[in-house]
Design a protein around this ligand. Structure first.
Ligand code: ADP
Length: 213
């Protein structure tokens, strides 16, 4: 049995950091943004359809999709963005499903804000975590990461409110404290999931008869 945790939250809230901690604890981690880049790469399953929909002028000289130019085309055009997502999301979904099936780890952490916002959490994830921070901490961490204040504010404005993330999540991770505080919350959730999985484990077929009491 595979247990899938969806990780959501606004930009700079600490999702990648939570993923890293989960990887250290033994989870498989999947970054759906990275998968999206891969399915759109030349030869990837979404490449042809994206080029057909948005024209060859989104291509770089080497034939790869110029993501900045593509972003420009769909930026502030909800219809175009919807068209792009209708091509890319199913391809990402398929690839993520494949990776989950292929993984040998019992727990998979999936960072996939867009997919989760699109409601796919229901079909793909056993539970969803929202990683949340207060606005001032978020802004400060994004600035420290090298983002300009204007860019940080623009991105923050384009996202769901913390309440909305919390409403859609089963677990809220509060990342206003230091890294130890974050780690202890993740470890507590990890222990809970491990205990649940141990309880629901069934003996392997062919195992000793009657050993499961
Ligand atoms: P996201 O993936 O949600 O955009 P990140 O995990 O990249 O967020 O975190 C944003 C930045 O804040 C990174 O530079 C990260 O190292 C830093 N960070 C995350 N959690 C903490 C924390 N508890 N204390 C200090 N810095 C943190």
């Amino acid at each position: 049995m595979k247990y899938v945790i969806g990780i959501t939250g606004p930009i700079g809230s600490g999702k990648s950091t939570v993923l890293r901690i989960l990887r250290e604890l033994g989870a498989e981690t999947i970054d759906a943004d990275r998968v999206a880049r891969e399915v759109m790469a030349r030869g990837g399953p979404a490449y042809e359809a994206v080029v057909r929909a948005f024209g060859r002028d989104i291509l770089r000289p080497d034939g790869e999709i110029d993501r900045a130019r593509l972003a420009q085309k769909v930026f502030s055009q909800p219809e175009a963005l919807k068209r792009l997502e209708a091509i890319v999301h199913p391809a990402v979904f398929e690839e993520v499903k494949r990776r989950i099936a292929r993984s040998e780890k019992p727990v998979i952490a999936l960072e996939a804000i867009k997919l989760l916002e699109a409601g796919l959490s229901i079909t793909m994830c056993d539970e969803v975590w929202a990683v949340l921070v207060d606005r001032d901490v978020q802004l400060q961490r994004l600035r420290r990461r090298g983002m300009s204040e204007a860019e940080a504010l623009r991105r923050m404005a384009a996202q769901l409110s913390p309440e909305e993330y919390a409403r859609r999540a089963n677990v809220v991770i509060d990342n206003n404290g230091d890294l130890d505080h974050l780690r202890s919350q993740v470890e507590a959730q990890w222990r809970r999931i491990m205990a649940t999985l141990a309880r629901s484990a069934v003996p392997e077929k062919g195992g000793e008869e009657g050993s499961w009491t």
